[in-house]
Design a protein around this ligand. Structure first.
Ligand code: PLP
Length: 408
């Protein structure tokens, strides 16, 4: 395969034979399904295709595999299987948690507290509730993207019905003081929801120790299939049903279960949590080498997110004078898949709401680059990124009208 040449003498469109392998560093967007997971799923499409709601042996077998997956998910977060509800992913789990609690508590109150840096699955859900007359407080964060538990305390009123703050941020990797925030909510009798989509398999999660009443997770972020997820609902939490129809998921989320997907979700979460003690420190070492290498070799660069309270696989940096999407295009031409908080080619010209909430000026937020590691990444991948990235940024700065003279 041909890749863009970034050697100093090359012209813009010179290509070279560079590498045959893609360096995939966008695991916060999605992950490949693990072979062990595919293996568990395959029979559920063909021989073991029964509908778990039917009565004969084939169906009972499907019911058994479904309940095994429910236990795998429950065990991964310290929950009871009765408190796990399968969904079509993290987005659905977030929608259900927030809209469901809002609907069930309408008489009690109309106020929801969340943070300014939530995933759009939470932010847009809250905005949609605002249109229906609910009131939402979007808590600010500090420069590292952390929510202050004291700000939750200040925002709570006797009309507050839910506090929802994510466990770890998908863009900048910042880990929130979830247990402390949950405690504040509980001191006021308010349930606590957390979007833990990025945290599963990266940091330990225990719903009891952390005081979590509702938790969203998504299969494709930890080696499971897309279109699978779950909502943990603590026993006795007041929440409406999500989907009306049949009696599936204890009548709260109707529709024939996605048995192969759920089986894959169960296997993937079991593997992810079992491997975490080995994997997280390994990825964190690669993360730190990337961060250090980038900050040392590329001037006028800053680290986004928290320096230590950070997901083990997340690197997010901002380069002055360059535009994130042009970095991505050049990296793509070099066989590297990454992400940015800039969105110049998409419908909105607004940079990431997360980076803006952390106080980055718009120009700098537009020059952000996110690299998120996964188990298949190697030290060679890190070397390769550290080798080409300084040249990519230098070249872009030379072309950028925003650059000062010294980059010409
Ligand atoms: C990916 C993601 C979601 C959405 O999950 P889907 O399964 O893709 O719908 C929600 N929240 C966070 C933090 C995510 O990273």
């Amino acid at each position: 395969m041909k890749y863009l040449c970034v050697e100093p003498g090359c012209s813009m469109n010179t290509t070279v034979n560079r590498r045959s392998r893609l360096v995939y560093m966008d695991h916060a967007a999605t992950t490949p399904v693990r072979p062990e997971v595919v293996e568990e799923m395959l029979p559920c499409f063909t021989e073991r295709f029964g509908n778990p709601s039917s009565v004969y042996a084939l169906a009972r077998e499907a019911r058994v595999t479904l309940e095994k997956a429910r236990r795998q998910v429950a065990d991964a977060i310290g929950a009871n299987p009765k408190e796990i509800y399968f969904t079509s992913g993290g987005t659905e789990a977030d929608n259900w948690a927030i809209k469901g609690v809002a609907a069930a508590n309408r008489k009690k109150g109309d106020h929801i507290i969340t943070s300014a840096i939530e995933h759009h699955a939470v932010i847009h859900t809250c905005q949609s509730l605002e249109k229906q007359g609910y009131r939402v407080t979007y808590l600010p964060v500090d420069e590292f993207g952390r929510v202050d538990p004291a700000s939750v305390e200040e925002a709570i009123t006797d009309k507050t019905i839910l506090v929802s703050v994510m466990t770890a941020n998908n863009e900048i990797g910042t880990i929130q003081p979830v247990a402390e925030i949950a405690k504040v909510a509980h001191d006021h009798g308010v349930p606590f929801h957390t979007d833990a989509v990025q945290a599963i398999g990266a940091i330990p999660i225990d719903v009891d120790n952390m005081g979590i009443d509702l938790l969203s997770l998504s299969g494709h972020k930890f080696g499971g299939p897309k279109g699978t997820g779950a909502l943990y609902i603590r026993d006795k939490t007041r929440i409406g049903t999500f989907m009306d129809g049949g009696a599936q998921e204890r009548g709260r989320r109707a529709g024939t279960e996605n048995v192969p997907g759920i089986v894959g979700l169960g296997k993937a979460i079991e593997l992810a949590v079992a491997e975490m003690p080995e994997k997280s420190p390994r990825l964190a070492a690669m993360r730190d080498r990337l961060i250090k290498g980038i900050l040392e070799t590329i001037p006028e660069t800053r680290l986004n997110g928290h320096p230590t309270e950070r997901l083990p696989n997340n690197v997010n940096v901002a380069f002055r004078y360059v535009e994130g999407e042009s970095i991505l295009l050049m990296l793509d031409a070099l066989g590297i898949a990454a992400s940015t908080g800039s969105a110049c080619t998409s419908a909105s010209l607004e940079p990431s709401h997360v980076l803006v909430a952390c106080g980055l000026p718009h120009e700098e937020a537009h020059g952000s680059l996110r690299l998120t590691l996964g188990s298949r990444n190697t030290e060679e991948d890190v070397d390769y990124v550290l080798e080409v990235l300084p040249r990519v940024i230098e070249r872009l700065r030379r072309m950028s009208p925003l650059s000062p003279e010294r980059y010409a």
